[in-house]
Design a protein around this ligand. Structure first.
Ligand SMILES: Nc1ncnc2c1ncn2[C@@H]1O[C@H](COP(=O)(O)OP(=O)(O)OP(=O)(O)O)[C@@H](O)[C@H]1O
Ligand SMILES: [Mg+2]
Length: 466
């Protein structure tokens, strides 16, 4: 008899725990009905107001929440519902909240999704419809958690903080993993801010040399006269000012990895000297007569087109082939499918935590602005803009202004029609008021509308009367 045939064992095999669902609704009948309909598939938790909902969220960590926007003390209003939503998402950004709102309250539904809700349903809730939405929400959540775990594992392996779910970055990670354990020189090619230095560090950390030094030298940042001594070192008295003997960076990378950044800036003279090292693994300090054997793995990077530089004679072909045994092209941020928002959220999370600011996300315009911008400075630019935005933000959501993604771009490219109309209305009203020295009657005349209409618009657009 196999183990599973034993009747005892069949009884004791634990069933997998049902996933947790939190239902927030102030009407007891509805809570009971929903629980009755869903208890077979989920472990259902019930809450009748904001306080109990947040308490259960913190204690039980349900994966999915359904949230009726009309909660006490004013169930006819949606204020309390939105406040609950916001607090929930800042407590657990991974939770999937499905908003339940009155039919014909499309505005509220959309606002909720803009604020981070997963989906919405209209009242009265159709149970079969709810079941489909719930199933999908639990599925999406499990995928996200899996992906998160995966990222953590990758991080633990050596990619520390380098994120990327796009096929383009998965390809980069795969080359890095393969090449890391070899001794082959690597050339990393890519525009500014695409993560070249992070890749070089990852290769080092995943290699057998990880306990040894990782030495960086930026060939573009040091004047040529100094660069030679930086790279190769010098003996005492080798030139005026050389009072002591000094080791170069190549020598300090002994046993470890040497990262030559901006290799495209290296002069032809130094290219020859570097080539000699790559061919023979020996260097001579300036003014020295002794050959020093150095075992360092070389990784180089550039944002220059080296093929073009070879054509014009600015870069030596033999050096290129020595360096580019393996080359890794870095994709542009805008070409990485799906990475943009993942990175934006990760940076927001990181910097909000660092600065202890309660910033929970991006507003709708900011999301559109991020989407439409071309990101010429790639990941570095995204990181810097978000770092700044976290400091500048006045509310809990980042705006395009905080990101310095210009307001004039915003109107044409990132707004929907209603937002664009409101922005234009506001601009014209402010101009008319300024021109008429805050005289509302005359401003209304200038705009060709009645005075009450102007007041109404000012109220709607949040323009203060002076
Ligand atoms: N995939 C990524 N995940 C997370 N952060 C990243 C990623 N790629 C780059 N960064 C961050 O972006 C910034 C720029 O990265 P890095 O210095 O590696 O780029 P680079 O290609 O060397 O840029 P440059 O050409 O300007 O020197 C760093 O702060 C880095 O941490
Ligand atoms: Mg760099």
């Amino acid at each position: 008899m196999t183990q599973l045939d034993s009747p005892d064992l069949l009884y004791t095999v634990p069933s997998t725990p049902r996933p947790k669902l939190l239902i927030v609704d102030d009407e007891e009948d509805i809570r009971t009905q929903m629980k009755w309909a869903l208890a077979q598939d989920y472990q259902v938790l019930l809450a009748e107001d904001r306080r109990s909902a947040l308490e259960l969220l913190g204690r039980e960590q349900p994966t999915v929440v359904t949230l009726d926007l009309g909660l006490p003390p004013r169930p006819a209003d949606v204020e309390e519902g939105f406040a609950t939503l916001e607090e929930m998402l800042s407590t657990d950004p991974f939770s999937k909240v499905i908003i339940i709102t009155g039919r014909g309250e499309r505005e509220h539904a959309l606002k909720g999704v803009g604020a981070g809700a997963y989906d919405f349903l209209y009242k009265p809730v159709q149970i079969d419809e709810l079941k489909v939405v719930l199933k999908r929400a639990f599925y999406v959540s499990s995928l996200e958690r899996e992906n998160h775990l995966l990222q953590k594992q990758i991080g633990a392996e050596g990619f520390q903080g380098m994120l990327g779910a796009s096929p383009q970055m998965q390809e980069v990670f795969s080359i890095v993993r393969k090449v890391a354990t070899t001794e082959a020189p690597v050339l990393i090619l890519g525009e500014s801010g695409t993560g070249k230095e992070l890749v070089a560090q990852a290769i080092h950390r995943l290699s057998e040399r990880k306990e040894e030094a990782f030495i960086v030298i930026n060939c573009g940042a040091i004047p040529e006269t100094l660069l030679e001594s930086e790279l190769f070192g010098h003996e005492k008295g080798a030139f005026t000012g050389a009072y002591i003997q000094r080791k170069g960076r190549i020598e300090t990378a002994q046993g470890g990895t040497l990262f030559l950044d901006e290799i495209g800036e290296l002069s032809l003279g130094l290219q020859v000297k570097l080539l000699r090292y790559l061919q023979e693994q020996v260097i001579e300090r300036i003014g020295g007569r002794e050959e020093i054997r150095v075992d360092a793995r070389v990784i180089a990077a550039t944002n220059r087109d080296l093929k073009q530089a070879m054509k014009t004679g600015a870069f030596r072909e033999d050096l290129y082939f020595r360096l580019a045994v393996v080359s890794i092209p870095m994709p542009l941020l805008r070409d990485r499918e799906g990475d943009l928002f993942m990175l934006a959220k990760a940076f927001l999370h990181r910097y909000a935590e660092d600065s202890k600011r309660k910033i929970t996300g991006f507003n709708n315009q900011a999301i559109r602005a991020i989407e439409s911008y071309s990101w010429p400075g790639n990941v570095r630019e995204l990181e810097n803009r978000i770092k700044r935005a976290v400091i500048m933000a006045e509310g809990t959501k980042i705006t395009p202004g905080d990101l310095e993604l210009g307001a004039h771009h915003t109107r044409d490219e990132y707004m929907n029609l209603k937002e664009a109309r409101e922005a234009l209305e506001k601009e014209m009203i402010l101009k008319a008021l300024a021109k008429n020295k805050d005289n509302v009657t005359r401003a209304a005349e200038t705009l060709g509308i009645s005075r009450p209409t102007l007041y109404e618009l000012m109220e709607k657009l949040g323009i203060e009367r002076k």
